[in-house]
Design a protein around this ligand. Structure first.
Ligand SMILES: Cc1cc2nc3c(=O)[nH]c(=O)nc-3n(C[C@H](O)[C@H](O)[C@H](O)COP(=O)(O)OP(=O)(O)OC[C@H]3O[C@@H](n4cnc5c(N)ncnc54)[C@H](O)[C@@H]3O)c2cc1C
Length: 149
């Protein structure tokens, strides 16, 4: 088994083709990690969401971490970690960015479904508050695991 570091270009290529990720945020020394759908473009990771714990926490502490991986087997995988800052995209001032987020996210079929379906367990549709946010990526690191030759 061999593990190599990925350079920044390789990390960003992997981010570009990712459609889901683990998003980590924290508040008062308590980490919180959740799966989300993502789309990455030019230093930003875009996410469609609804109001809840992660949004409240990221509003209080915008420093976040995103992890993605492509695991084919125990000895054939890549993992990328991006650190960055939460930025909400409210209307009307972020109209252009919201449209871009929607365009990028909708390349994935039913991109809105997981965010909405989870919320529908507890709320009626008219009570759900959808929103877009993005993460400005400040640093990336990556590792690739391969079978040793
Ligand atoms: C494959 C996949 C893709 C998803 N994509 C998106 C997406 O693009 N956008 C989006 O907003 N959400 C997505 N979700 C749902 C997401 O993981 C959260 O469940 C949801 O966003 C609610 O988060 P919250 O912090 O607002 O939870 P809240 O409803 O405020 O959480 C209350 C409590 O519920 C528990 N909880 C919440 N979510 C989870 C969870 N996923 N697993 C276990 N316990 C949980 C936690 O203990 C939390 O403290 C996705 C889930 C999966 C599995």
């Amino acid at each position: 088994m061999r593990i190599d570091e990925l350079n920044e270009t390789q990390c960003r290529e992997i981010l570009s083709r990712a459609s889901s990720a683990r998003l980590g945020c924290s508040l008062n020394d308590q980490p919180y990690v959740i799966p989300v759908g993502i789309a990455y473009e030019e230093d930003y990771i875009y996410v469609f969401s609804t109001m809840g714990q992660k949004i409240k926490w990221m509003r209080s502490n915008p420093k976040v971490c995103v992890q993605i991986d492509e695991i084919k087997s125990q000895s054939d995988w890549v993992s990328v970690i991006a650190n960055g800052e939460y930025q909400e995209l409210p209307e009307p001032q972020f109209e252009h960015e919201r449209a871009r987020a929607r365009t990028l996210l909708q390349k994935r079929h039913h991109w809105w479904l997981n965010a909405m379906a989870e919320r529908r367990i507890r709320l009626r549709d008219e009570e759900i508050k959808p929103l877009f946010f993005r993460i400005r990526v400040s640093s990336v690191t990556g590792l690739r695991g391969t079978e040793a030759e």
